[in-house]
Design a binder for this molecule. Structure first.
Ligand code: SAM
Length: 291
């Protein structure tokens, strides 16, 4: 039986042995609590027929547990200094492969074809570097990778925004983008004390179940997301005002009242009160009117 990497002592010993000083700029906060790791791995519902893409293995604490639960793990790490250390800690796990690279630049479709073609299901499981949480999630979703789940440790506030329902101040274009592609669920809240070094925010483990098709049907996805984005440019303003600024002139904005009426949306409502279905209807009516 291999010793768990996730403990304060083992982590500090490994860092000392390899003369590593962690980089805040790369979001290097390493998990040292085996119970939290088990919750993350458990949420991904893995077995030997499934593959995992991990982002940022660090010293391999999560990679080790994923390797025991899944058929194959590909872990992408940007920090070259960690590679020799990972070679050592992951030596007992031939199912795990570390790839040196920047997740935001890696060609994921090609990587999936190369590594995961024989796996029934693939999930992303990661304790994400917080400085690029949203770009990473958006890249995974927009590339329409054939994923089962995305199970990620992220900042608690970001998890609340991703899973927010209409009506509150946390609901915005990120909630709609994530919920268009996935069913989100907060698995557990995580205190900052389970990391070395401790970040200055609390975290949450979030599970996104990737939908087989988007939550609403839209003809032009890019335009749908543009309408959503436009509607939140000034949160305190009405939907009428935000849309008027983006798509109309003083002369043409008279049409907007009729378009909103056709979509069944009161012009005085704010963007944060509209459901995804309402945005879908609104973008359809707007696209028709704008030609
Ligand atoms: N998985 C480890 C754990 O749970 O203890 C480490 C997680 S740590 C929060 C984030 C990791 O992501 C670090 O190892 C960091 O070097 C790596 N990282 C940061 N930016 C990255 C990027 N653009 N691409 C790939 N890895 C990155």
């Amino acid at each position: 039986v291999q010793e768990d990497i996730a403990s304060p002592k083992k982590t500090n010993d490994l860092l000392k042995k390899h003369h590593l000083v962690l980089k805040k700029s790369l979001g290097q906060n390493f998990l040292v609590d085996p119970n939290i790791l088990q919750k993350i791995v458990g949420a991904a519902d893995l077995d030997a027929t499934k593959g995992v893409l991990e982002i940022g293995p660090g010293i391999g604490a999560l990679t080790q547990q994923l390797s025991k639960a899944a058929g194959k793990v590909i872990a992408i790490e940007i920090d070259q200094r960690l590679l020799p250390l990972l070679k050592e800690t992951l030596a007992p796990y031939p199912h795990a492969t570390v790839v040196h690279g920047d997740i935001l630049k890696v060609e994921l479709q090609a990587l999936f074809q190369e590594h995961f073609s024989e796996y029934a299901q693939v999930s992303v499981v990661a304790n994400l570097p917080y400085y690029i949480t949203t770009p990473i999630i958006m890249k995974l979703l927009e590339e329409k990778l054939p994923l089962e789940y995305i199970v990620v440790m992220i900042q608690k506030e970001v998890a609340s925004r991703m899973s927010a329902s209409p009506g509150g101040k946390e609901y915005g274009s990120l909630s709609i983008a994530v919920q268009y592609y996935c069913e989100p669920e907060v698995v557990t809240i995580v205190p900052r004390t389970v990391f070395i070094p401790q970040p200055n925010v609390d975290s949450a483990v979030m599970r996104l179940k990737v939908r087989s098709k988007p939550a609403v049907e839209v003809e032009d996805e890019a335009f749908f997301f543009d309408v959503v984005q436009a509607s939140f440019v000034q949160r305190r303003k009405t939907i009428f005002n935000n849309l008027a600024v983006r798509y109309f002139t003083k002369e043409t904005k008279g049409q907007l009242e009729g378009i909103l009426q056709e979509a069944g949306i009161e012009p005085a409502r704010r963007g944060e009160t509209l459901s995804m279905e309402e945005y879908a209807r609104l973008s359809r009516c707007l696209a028709l009117a704008l030609g």
